[in-house]
Design a protein around this ligand. Sequence first.
Ligand code: AMP
Ligand code: MG
Length: 349
Amino acid sequence: METEIIKIDRKNIDIEKIKYAAGVINSGGIVVFPTETVYGLGANGLNEEAVRKVFIAKGRPQDNPLILHISHKDELSRLVKKIPPDAHKLMTEFWPGPLTLIFEKSGIVPKVITAGLDTVAIRMPRDPIANMLIRESRVPIAAPSANISGKPSGTDARHVIEDLKGKVDVILDAGDSEVGLESTVLDITVQPPVLLRPGGVTIEALERVAGRIIIDKAMGKLSSNEIPRSPGMKYRHYSPDADVYVINGELDKVVSKINEILAVNNGKGIKTGVLATDQTMCKYVVENILSMGDRNCPETIARNLFRLLREMDERHVDVILVEAVDSKGIGFAVMNRLKKASGQKIVNV
Ligand code: AMP
Ligand code: MG
């Protein structure tokens, strides 16, 4: 398939380009578009055939449901059975933005979107390109992250193009994503609401608005006979080709442990990269080292993480050692992604 790559400037959006991409969505095509979280692989969410193409393009398992993206709260009512009181508060505070809410679905939402569940995940992105594209399409856009299933999500145009060129109709290239991690997924069909995936909106912020929130068990490790409430939780995710280890503990001990592993791996000829932070970059002597950012600014670390995991793969390292970060605020979502990227290979020191 021929993929058209269209550069688009978030600060000066060419509406003709948006109209063109909306036309592709309306004729059942697939458009990769930027959102503030990660790039999305979008299709008309009410067109079953188009949605099936999304699953195929990214190699996504059929039982992992998609999020529907809307451009205005008014579009919600026809997609859901009811809007619980908590939802109004949460939408007022966090929409448009990186919060996905789970509702009971209405009859017009195709089963293929929800992987057969009676609930549907809905979000209203704040990226102006995403918002305009949905508005011009006049349909909800179903969009998982724009990457081959299992890989780190696409947060910069270069990696998105690498994964999806030849598999989609259009890629709207707007450079880097603002948040860099996927949306927070919150199930509000139950009381108290249940957090199914941490993300761009922090737990602390959610609790300020909705009161107590339960953190779903599947966020940790599921035993093999447990069924997750959010099907996506059971899959290997965010994984680069290299083996990832997360080193967790007091910072000076983390640094010592990483240096110890580097020495051992060096002796064995295992090519090892380090994802460090601005505070620790000078503590290692190794060729393949990248900084995730300032430890005091976890938002930067979130924004850089997926891109850096992919850059390590481009350097063909066998192993990536990643410094754990403080799990406050968005750091909780960063640690969740690192646990998944490493397949739970956490070294506590
Ligand atoms: P992605 O498309 O990669 O951003 O992943 C979407 C996430 O939302 C996955 O973890 C899904 O399992 C989750 N999700 C989507 N729809 C539902 C739903 N109806 N109930 C629970 N989780 C959902
Ligand atoms: Mg994804």
